[in-house]
Design a protein around this ligand. Structure first.
Ligand code: ATP
Ligand code: MG
Length: 347
């Protein structure tokens, strides 16, 4: 239908077809009867023939099927305009995206259909997650710091009394007790350091990360007979301003993890490049990979799957990078490897 408004001829079909919102029209069982261009693009479907008459559930993870059916029922039977919800959809290439879905009845020639408007909110969700992780870590850092203060003083007192005891009598147990106590105090000190990098009164200096990354590799010399290292260091003239030692420790921790993730032979790749106001550093490995449930735990103090790991390495990485205004994202697949992508703003 064409409607003349002032001097504009509006072709509604063309308007919907080219709308920036992804729009679907569903039949009463959830079968897709119409899909505009934005929706084809959103679901990475080449032509309408690949989607028409399929059920919408084909593009939804299993746990969203009951919600979808219930919403369809409400729209069809009760002709209700539904509140928007957040859901997930599966693209034709199997990638899962976060979406916001609005559903309302659509009446045509006496029949009711469901009109569905879908918006890709993956970027928003990712930003929310990064913010949430950052806040979680910041509060963990605060909790860790206060626990350390509370526990360190009595332990230091015990250590003092132990030393006095040792002066008056000797016993094997006393030495063991002292060593164990020292270990505990050291762990507490490490926890304090990695959880609250802002406690370090290191000055901010200009850091040449390309040069530093190359030097860091020398520290792993004896491991490199089994692990091949590929360096791709672009834009060396771009410098980051930051706390040099903390940043080096963070990249040391990432490289160490990558090497430790490779059981036999394998490869790690370190990339450095500048893009859009930030330096990007990617540390990739062909190691064992990390399962999805464990990815959520990364950065939590003391989370480790290694018999001799402290689980403080990544806590240091996350807190340091966040303190420098950057962020860290992780991609991993079991048996194939892992990529840690660090972004550090240059200003
Ligand atoms: N590149 C990686 N590949 C596979 N798993 C990894 C990788 N990096 C980290 N992990 C997992 O995350 C866990 C936590 O890492 P983190 O560096 O915090 O502690 P850790 O390496 O166990 O101990 P530490 O750093 O004190 O030696 C590791 O135990 C490991 O399971
Ligand atoms: Mg580690």
């Amino acid at each position: 239908m064409n409607l003349k408004i002032q001097s504009l001829d509006i072709d509604f079909h063309q308007l919907i077809e080219n709308s920036l919102n992804a729009i679907l029209i569903l039949g009463k069982e959830g079968e897709i009867l119409y899909c505009n261009k934005a929706c084809l693009k959103l679901l990475k479907v080449a032509s309408p023939d690949d989607i028409l008459y399929k059920n919408l559930c084909v593009f939804l993870p299993l746990d969203f099927h009951p919600i979808c059916k219930e919403r369809l029922r409400k729209v069809m039977k009760e002709q209700e305009i539904l509140k928007s919800i957040e859901a997930k959809m599966i693209k034709s290439d199997a990638e899962i995206i976060d979406v916001e879905v609005k559903t309302a009845p659509y009446l045509l020639k006496g029949k009711v259909y469901a009109q569905v408007i879908i918006q890709d909110i993956s970027d928003r969700k990712l930003t929310e997650k990064l913010l949430y992780d950052r806040e979680k870590l910041a509060s963990l850092g605060q909790i860790a710091a206060s626990i350390v203060h509370e526990v360190k003083n009595p332990l230091t007192a015990v250590k003092g009394y132990l030393q006095l005891l040792k002066e008056s009598q000797s016993h094997n147990y006393l030495d063991t007790m002292e060593t164990e106590l020292e270990k505990a105090l050291e762990t507490l000190q490490n926890l304090l350091q990695v959880s609250k990098p802002d406690l370090h009164d290191e000055p901010f200096v200009s850091v040449d990360l390309c040069k530093e990354l190359e030097s860091l590799l020398f520290l792993f010399q004896e491991k490199l007979y089994k692990v091949k290292v590929e360096l791709d260091l672009k834009d060396p003239e771009r410098k980051v301003v930051g706390k040099r030692n903390l940043l080096l420790k963070a990249f040391f921790n990432l490289i160490k993890n990558s090497i430790e993730a490779i059981p036999d032979k394998g490869k790690i790749r370190i990339e450095h490049y500048y893009d859009n106001g930030s330096i990007h550093i990617k540390v990739s490995d062909t190691g064992v990979g990390i399962s999805e449930d464990k990815v959520k735990m990364l950065g939590t103090p003391f989370f480790s799957t290694k018999s001799d790991g402290t689980g403080l390495g990544l806590t240091q990485v996350f807190t340091t990078i966040h303190e420098h205004g950057g962020d860290v994202s992780i991609q991993s697949s079991i048996g194939e490897g892992t990529v840690f992508h660090v972004r550090l703003p240059t200003k």
